[in-house]
Structure formats: C-alpha cells, structure tokens
Design a protein around this ligand. Structure first.
Ligand code: MSK
Length: 628
C-alpha cells in the first residue's frame, strides 16, 4: 500500500487524495501500489532491448556488453531490436483507434442498410458535406443511401488500397509530397498495421530506419484514416459537438441517485445508456428503488464523447477510474474498450458496484458480460440500467464518501464550432497568429501515468503556455486535468497573456478548448490542415506543437508519431522504450526533423517543456517573418 505521507505526491487533487486515503483504510489495492510492487522495472525492457518475438529467444541485447551479448540469437542488434519493438508498439496503437473507427463504420453501414432502429443520423448536413468532400454524388440519394455510400467508401480505406486513404486529401500538397518522397503515404489502414507485423517478423525488414519510416506510415493511417473516420462518423451519427456547459471531478456523483459510470472510448454504448437513463419508465423504477434519479457520468474517452455532445459530466480520467469506485457511491461501471484496467473488476468487488462489459472484443473475467450490437443496443442498455437500479438498493451508506465540489467546465469545441465562432473562416485565427496576439497553438493530449504526479505536468504546462499567449487545445484524459484546474472556463482568460486573453474575451471562449477524445486528435490534425491550406503553408511551417505530457499507451505513441509525421513538433513527458538504441533515439529527437520538418522532445518538467515548445514556436514565427 502507498503510505499516507506519499498521497500528496501521487495527485494534487482533493478528490483523488481523499479516495486514496479511503482505499488505504478499506484495504483496496490501487494502481500506485502495483507500480511500487513492480519497481524497479527490468532495464532491458525499459530500453526496448528485449525480444520475445521468436522461440529461439527470448533475447536480451546489451549493446555495450561485448560481442557475446550484442546480438540476439537471430543476429539482431540493439538498433534493430528497438525498432522492431517500437514498430509493433505503434501498430498496436493505430490498430486500437482504427478498430474503434471500424465499429462506428459498421454502425453507419447498418443505418444505411436499415438494419438498426436504435441508431440514426443526427447530423445530416455533415453527412452530406463529407460525402461531397470525398466525391460521392449525393443528388437524388436518400439519407440512408448517403450513409451506405460513405460507409462503403470508408470500408475501402481499411483494406488493400494501394493509394492514399481518403482523408489524407485534406493535407497540404507539400505534406503529401513529403509522404510520397519517403514512402509514407498512408494506404489501407489494416494494410499498414499488418505490414508492420510482417516487417518485424524475424528475417524480414532488418533496417531500423526503414522500420521506423513504416511506423510513421502506420501512424499516419491512424491519424488521417482510422481516427479521422471514427471522429467524423461519430459526429454524423451522434451529432457534431457545439459549446456546452458541464461539470468535472468526483463531486459529480450524487449521493441520492443511482450512479452509472460509462468508461472506455466508443460512443456506441454510452449514447444508448444515456438514452435509456432518460426513459420515464426507467426513471420511475429508480424512484421506486428509493433513488431521486439516475446520474450518468463519464470516465476517460467515452466520457469525453458524451461530454462533448451531450454535456454529460466527467467523473475523472485514467488515474481516477479506480478511485471513482472507491467512493462507494457507484452502482455500475459499464465499459466498451481501451484504458479499462482489469483491476476495476476487483475494486468493484470491494463494493456493491456492478462491472459490465459490452464488447465482444473486450471481456473481463469476474465482470458481467452483456454484448451490445447495433440491433439490440437500446434493449441491452435498458437491461443494464435496471441492473444498476437494483444495485442501488444494496448500497452501503456507511461506505459512501463523495469528495469535493464539482468544477464547472465548457466543452464541445469541434472544428465546426471553432470555425463557427470565428465567423465561418480561419482568417481571424490566422490574423491573430500573424499579429502575435495568439503566438501559437498547442494540443495537450493523452493519458495519465502513475510514474508521474497525476495531472501535474498537464496543468502546469498548460498554465505556462497560456501566459505566453499560446492557445491550448485539450483531448483525452488531459481534459479532466484542465477542467479540475479551472482552465476550461472563459474566466480562465485572466491566466493568459494579454494578447490571448483579449482574443478569448472577444470570442467568449476559454483559453483551453476541449476538442474531444483520443480519436479526436484527428480534429487537431484537420484544423492544422485547414490553417495551413488557408495560409498557403505546410503544417510544419505553422507555430503549432503537440504534447502528451503523461502518456502511457500504445495509442498515444501512434498519436505522437502521426503528429510528427504530419509536421507537428511533439513533446512527450516520458520516453518510449527506445533508449537502448542511440540511432533510434537520435532519429526521434533530431533526424525526423530532416524527414518530416518536426521531431520529438522528451521532458518531464512542465516549465522546461514549456520552454522547449515556446522555443520551437518562436523559431516557426520568425521563419514566417512574424514577431517572435
Ligand atoms: S482514455 S488512451 S488514458 S487519454 Fe482515451 Fe485517457 Fe490515454 Fe486512455
């Protein structure tokens, strides 16, 4: 167990600190306890120098250990081993996002085929816009026929395509030329992921740089393919986000109501749970059970999806998922996939909480599995909510502690909303950038990692960038950090430099804009492309950057790499497992600049990270002939 004196070092937030202390009192094991038990980690693994991809091994490579230790059984050296491991790491992340996109696509196809009545098209105008953008002749087609035609086009993006994925057409010409020159144009989404597994099989691609270039191509197939499809199709089915008010932290749980937490990434299940919760007959059942109502709140990115479109409050981010259950006030955690710690089943077992999984590809032994499909989702959602209502009758009031008052936030800044606030054109933002009122734009994205103090780098990096007139866009778990710090409200303009504050006040927007979930980092890519195309520039010319200060996942590695390969300088709070190869490390920190006009920086200190990012933004501004 983590000791009491360490709690303040684990998380700065009152709700987290109180729940860590409660877990300690109640004997509940948490992520920080397991990290402590696993530390120190294997240094070979940390450096990416282990290989267990074949049964001649496993091998541990020691580049400095003399000839007998320098090579694996097959003859792979440290550089090749690191490259193979990193390539597979990125492919796993790209696969996760893209497979999530495929589920949205299958739902869109089912709508088009008339195979579901549970789902429909909420944004017909966006459906028409995207069809037209991608060359589908919409004249004379019904809404369902348009949905079907678009689904069919995107299905092809997943396959064996030998030319580019459809949305890569959004990138500036100079970017597309760079991708072509280095063989990185993203083709079929599945193709790039499978090719990475093939290349990294023993005896295929033995050139570490070649593997890294294909990792970039795989990541680009995610950013401009799977993730962008997930985002745009989610908007078409569930509605394009508009600014909306909501609340954040564990204080959003309600003592007198049935509390249901939705967790994972896809809106397909969580939107149905929300719809079921709003049915009068189900509410009546909750009242019969003695509850004042049914309260739904989000965790991680499925929470972000509901927050962006429906204003559903957020209970917490990655490191808050166990702690939310420790409140003793949660009747059900219902999950789809990604970032759901298997430990949640055990934590739920310490309380009256039901843990329900819903995807055929994400099962959790010890939990309840209720499979949701597009033709039974509403019915399954009702069943699940009634199960939560029943669990409410077994809640132990002596175990309930809801810490903190919730913080208010504003969310819903899709690109359509941002451009709408600017009068329908990027021109005012380009002018504000040129004039130096907004010196740059930085996307702070991604997860929490228990190796770092919870949310500390997210919040302090953002505050430092705001002071320097740099607009921040937030996605994923970074969002909750920003919200808890009060940065997602227009009043936070007072923490920004004079130029940024003036722009935020004129538009009535916060200085940190919540633009969505993990797959919605594709919104940031698209916005960069819109700005670059408008200004006649490449993305790498813009004073923009990305940061994943507390990342942990394979998906985040894919995001970071597609950002860099799209021309966006990207800061990471922790390095990936590549430090065992000076060749790959140098490529990531310097060499990629010569290929893509952008590279990675690694720095765990928020102020130092702000310096690095600001330095890059200054250089880009000066190169454009703008003031630093
Ligand atoms: S949920 S990938 S911990 S952002 Fe998207 Fe949060 Fe990272 Fe999962």
């Amino acid at each position: 167990m983590a000791k009491e004196r360490e709690i303040h070092d684990l998380s700065p937030w009152e709700d987290a600190q109180k729940m860590i202390a409660k877990a300690q009192r109640e004997g509940v094991t948490l992520i920080w306890d397991r990290l402590k038990d696993q530390t120190p980690h294997c240094t070979f693994c940390e450096q990416g120098l282990t290989c267990s991809k074949c049964v001649m091994g496993p091998c541990r490579i020691n580049p400095n250990g003399g000839p007998k230790k320098k090579y694996g059984v097959c003859g792979a050296d440290g550089d090749l081993t690191v490259a193979r491991n990193f390539g597979r790491f990125v492919a796993a992340g790209a696969s996760a996002h893209s497979d999530h996109g495929r589920d949205l696509l299958e739902t869109l196809a089912a709508i088009g085929d008339g195979k579901t009545t549970d789902y429909g098209i909420r944004d017909e105008a966006k459906l028409e816009r995207i069809c037209t953008e991608l060359g589908i002749e919409v004249e004379g087609l019904s809404v369902r026929e348009r949905a079907k035609a678009l689904a069919d086009l995107f299905f092809e993006d997943y396959g064996c395509r030998s030319h580019n994925v459809a949305f890569s057409g959004r990138a500036p010409q100079k970017r597309k030329d760079i991708w072509k020159r280095f063989g990185c144009t993203p083709r079929g989404i599945d193709r790039e992921c499978v090719e990475m597994l093939h290349r990294t099989h023993m005896g295929v691609d033995c050139d570490p740089v070649s593997i890294c270039l294909h990792a970039s191509r795989t990541a680009l197939a995610d950013g401009w393919g799977g993730s962008m499809i997930a985002t745009e199709v989610s908007d078409i089915i569930f509605g394009t986000p508009k600014p909306v008010k909501s609340m954040v932290n564990l204080g959003v749980l309600k003592e007198d109501q049935v509390n249901i937490l939705v967790h994972g990434h896809s809106p397909i299940v969580s939107e149905m749970i929300l719809a079921a919760v709003r049915e009068p007959e189900i509410l009546a059942k909750a009242r019969e059970a003695g509850a004042a109502g049914i309260n739904i709140a989000g965790l991680c990115c499925t929470g972000n999806e509901l927050l962006m479109r429906q204003g559903v409050p957020m209970a917490g981010n990655h490191l808050m998922t166990e702690l939310a259950i420790v409140t003793g006030a949660v009747e059900m955690v219902i999950v789809d996939y990604q970032c759901i710690m298997p430990s949640l089943v055990n934590v739920a077992g310490c309380y009256h909480t039901k843990f329900v999984s819903t995807s055929d590809k994400a099962k959790f032994p010890g939990g309840i599995h209720m499979e949701f499909h597009y033709n039974n989702a509403r019915e399954k959602a009702r069943e699940a909510v009634l199960m939560a209502v029943e669990a409410f009758t077994r809640r132990d009031p002596a175990k309930v502690e809801i810490p903190s008052k919730p913080m208010s936030i504003t969310s819903g800044f899709s690109n359509e909303a941002i451009l709408g606030a600017l009068g329908g054109t990027p021109e005012p933002l380009v002018q504000a950038l040129q004039a130096g009122k907004v010196r740059g734009v930085v996307g702070i994205v991604g997860c929490n990692n228990p190796k770092l103090k919870h949310d500390h780098v997210h919040v302090n990096l953002a505050k430092e960038l705001l002071k320097r007139d740099i607009l921040v866009l937030a996605t994923g778990c970074a969002t909750v950090a920003m919200g808890k710090a009060g940065l997602l409200e227009p009043e936070a303009a007072s923490q920004a430099g004079a130029g940024l504050a003036e722009v935020c006040r004129a538009l009535g927007i916060p200085p940190v804009l919540h633009v969505g979930s993990c797959v919605d980092n594709s919104r940031i890519l698209h916005l960069c492309a819109v700005l670059a195309n408008y200004a006649g520039l490449d993305i790498s010319d813009l004073p923009v950057a990305a940061s994943a200060p507390e990342w942990y996942s394979e998906k985040a590695a894919a995001i970071g790499l597609y950002a860099v390969a799209s021309g966006v300088y990207t800061h990471l709070g922790l390095p990936p497992h590549i430090l065992g190869s000076s060749m790959i490390t140098t490529l990531a920190l310097k060499g990629l600049d010569d290929v893509f006009g952008a590279c990675f920086a690694v720095e765990s200190g928020p102020l130092q990270a702000a310096e690095l990012i600001d330095g890059r933004i200054k250089a880009k501004r000066l190169a454009l002939g703008w003031s630093a």
